[in-house]
Ligand binder design. Sequence first.
Ligand code: HGY
Ligand code: MN
Ligand code: MN
Length: 411
Amino acid sequence: MSVLSIDAERLLSRIRDLGEVGRDGNGRLTRLAASEADKSGRDRLVQWLRDADLEIAVDQIGNIFGVWRDAGNADKAPMLIGSHIDTVIDAGIYDGCYGVLSGLEVIQTLMEAGTALAHPIAIAAFTNEEGVRYAPDMMGSLVYAGGLSVDEALATVGTDGSVLGEELRRIGYAGAAGTDLGKPHAYVELHVEQGPVLEREGVPIGAVENLQGISWQRVTIEGVANHAGTTPMAMRRDAGYAAASVIGFLHDRATNSNTPTVATVGCIALEPNAINVIPSRATFTVDLRDPDAERLKEEEAALAGYLQDLAAAENMTTSTERLARFEPVTFDARIVGLIEEAARRRGLASKRMTSGAGHDAQMIARIAPAAMIFVPSVGGISHNPREHTADADLVAGANVLLDLIQRLAAN
Ligand code: HGY
Ligand code: MN
Ligand code: MN
């Protein structure tokens, strides 16, 4: 197999270019799923797919595909390279976009080299990977893998009251039924690590062998509004205080657990949200994660028990709504080994690791052999405008992807 290399400048300039699409007046990058900003990012990607003469398809949940087939492999299952281009709020420029644009770069490099492969190569930009506006996250790839019906997904109501299906129609990305590439031959996702491990150990390539379980819930606590000045402490049914005690419970339990369990309350709202009114209601999200399926269940049960005790002790009512629940996933051992081999052939050290973040790969692993390649995140920072990966690491990761795809699509 000839040792090709990607066009580094083409990849890096597209990452920077897409990273400017969807910035607000304060320069913050936010391309929430099916928003105007997401449309602009999608349009930019589709233009690059068109410029590369790829076959373009958009399915009913708005997943975008670019496919390179030739006469020799047109009827074979595609080798799929994917990720996402939607972002969180005030995001960095690499999360998701790096994997999609590297996939495009790999295809163009192979096309330009006239490489003949046994399988078509396709890239996917999956809809709503982040799940910030519409839960659950990884929604587009979950629908593609058959884990959620497209009708149910399209009917999802967002945090802003919008309906996903209507928004996809509004931005022009509600694809036709039957636009389906079918089960991929295999799936690989290249992604920035978003954590501290590779940088701390000075290793340029992560061969991701598994991904932790994810539990998202929305918790509502009902107290009683009352006067902030006249109500003695013993008489209060303060939903704000109750929410704070849950947050403290989750943080302390995860911190003191000596396990990889992580717990996050990322959204919270108090009603009536007035400086001199004891909150009558608190609504907040709980994100629990653990690589061990049993421990994740234990964490969910511990939260449920705490809420029950709290309600009794403080004379309040609590309720929970499940927003997302995904079991831990183990990736394809053969592909993980090929990632290590591809890194070694390029003189790059690699490390087997677990993904702390959710990714589209965990959904596609339900229908095809799948694995992920990580590259280091500076300071382990992500979901933050300071997210950064060195150009050399970005290029190295894309070249390992290039070699791996040639190997996987060879037969
Ligand atoms: O939540 C996650 O881990 C991913 O960024 N959607
Ligand atoms: Mn991502
Ligand atoms: Mn993300």
